[in-house]
Design a protein around this ligand. Structure first.
Ligand code: ADP
Length: 309
C-alpha cells in the first residue's frame, strides 16, 4: 500500500439551483439546496485512498459543524486525519455554488480555515511527510506551507507531486522541489507564462520540464494527458465515456497518478490509470461521490484494451 501525504484544502460546497443567475441587487427564489464535501485537497486524498493508498491529510478546518462533518467524511474513507487541524476563530472553507437551468455554474470560494495552515503546522506533521512514499499538494493552501512541506519531503527523498491548481506563477524555489508537476492546459500556460497559441502542449510541457527539472504531466480533458520528462514525451488518450459532470476530473487524475507513481508503474501505465480515474469521475455527478474505486478503474482499463483499434 503506498503511503501518500496530502497537504491541501477541504471545503463544504453549498449548492443552490436557480432558474438563472441573479443580477446585482436582485433576490431570486431558487430551487433545491444541497451541501457536498469538496476542496481539491480532500478530493485528491479520497481519490488516492479509494485506489488503495494509505493517505494522511494535512490541512485545516474551523471549529464548526461543517469542519466536524468533513473530518468524519475523510476518516470514513480511511484517511488519517490526525493532522487535520480544527482552528478556533476560523470558519471551515466553503464554496458557494449556484447552478442555473442550463447547468452552468458560478462559484465563489471563501477559503477560511484553509488559509490558516502555517509552516509550523506542517513542521508538526514532519514525521508523516518523512515516512511517505509521496507528497501530493495543490495551490488552495498558503504557499509558505506548501513550500515548507516540499522542502521537508525533498530533504528525505520523498517525491513531491504538485497539482498547480488554481493556476498561478510559481516561485523558482518551489518548482525546484517538485518531482512531478500536474497541470491542465490552462494551468500549463499560466505556470509557464507561454500564451502563444501556436505552441503545442508538448512544447509547453517541455518548457515546464526545463523550469522544474522534473516530470510534467499536462491533462487534456477528453484527449487524455501528455507526460514529459525533458527527453521523452508520452501521450495517452482517455477512455471514452459519457460525460455527465466534469467536476473533480483533475483531482481524480492527480490522486490516481500519485498512486501509480508510488506503485512503480511505468509512465504509460500510470497515465492509463490516471486517465481511467479521470474518465470515471466525469461519468458521474459530483466531486467525491464521482471518485472511482480500484475495481472500476481496472474494468475501464481492460475495456479500453479489448476495444478494437
Ligand atoms: P481539469 O478537470 O483539472 O480541468 P481535465 O479537464 O484535463 O482537467 O481532466 C483531467 C482528466 O480527466 C483528463 O486528463 C482525462 O483523463 C479525464 N477526463 C476529463 N474529461 C474527460 C472526458 N470528456 N472523457 C474522458 N476523460 C476525461
Amino acid at each position: 500500500m503506498p503511503r501518500i501525504v496530502v497537504v491541501g484544502s477541504v471545503n463544504m460546497d453549498l449548492v443552490v439551483t436557480t432558474p438563472r443567475f441573479a443580477a446585482p441587487g436582485e433576490t431570486l427564489l431558487g430551487g433545491s439546496f444541497q451541501t457536498f464535501p469538496g476542496g481539491k485537497g480532500a478530493n485528491q486524498a479520497v481519490a488516492a485512498a479509494r485506489l488503495g493508498a494509505e493517505v494522511t491529510f494535512i490541512g485545516c478546518v474551523g471549529r464548526d459543524p461543517w469542519g466536524a462533518e468533513l473530518r468524519e467524511l475523510l476518516a470514513s474513507e480511511q484517511i488519517d486525519v490526525a493532522h487535520l487541524l480544527s482552528r478556533g476563530g476560523e470558519r471551515t472553507g466553503v464554496a458557494v455554488i449556484t447552478v442555473d437551468a442550463a447547468g452552468q455554474n458560478s462559484i465563489i470560494v471563501a477559503s477560511g480555515a484553509n488559509m490558516a495552515l502555517t509552516t509550523r503546522d506542517v513542521e508538526a506533521a514532519r514525521e508523516a511527510i518523512e515516512q511517505a512514499d509521496a507528497l501530493l499538494m495543490q495551490l488552495e493552501s498558503p504557499l509558505p506551507a506548501v513550500q515548507r512541506a516540499a522542502e521537508i519531503a525533498r530533504q528525505h527523498d520523498v517525491p513531491v507531486i504538485l497539482n498547480a491548481a488554481p493556476a498561478q506563477r510559481l516561485p523558482a524555489a518551489l518548482l525546484e522541489c517538485v518531482d512531478v508537476l500536474i497541470v491542465n492546459e490552462w494551468e500549463s500556460r499560466v505556470v509557464s507564462n507561454l500564451h502563444d497559441p501556436a505552441l503545442s502542449q508538448a512544447q509547453v510541457a517541455s518548457h515546464l520540464c526545463s523550469l522544474s527539472g522534473g516530470h510534467v504531466v499536462v491533462t487534456l480533458g477528453r484527449d487524455g494527458a501528455v507526460h514529459c520528462d525533458g527527453q521523452t514525451t508520452t501521450r495517452r488518450p482517455a477512455p471514452r465515456v459519457d460525460v455527465i459532470d466534469t467536476t473533480a476530473a483533475g483531482d481524480a487524475f492527480a490522486g490516481a497518478w500519485t498512486v501509480g507513481w508510488c506503485e512503480g508503474l511505468s509512465i504509460e501505465q500510470t497515465l492509463a490509470l490516471a486517465n481511467a480515474a479521470g474518465a470515471a469521475a466525469v461519468s458521474r455527478r459530483g466531486a467525491i461521490p464521482s471518485l472511482p474505486r480500484r475495481s472500476e478503474v481496472e474494468s475501464l482499463l481492460s475495456a479500453a484494451k479489448s476495444r478494437p483499434k
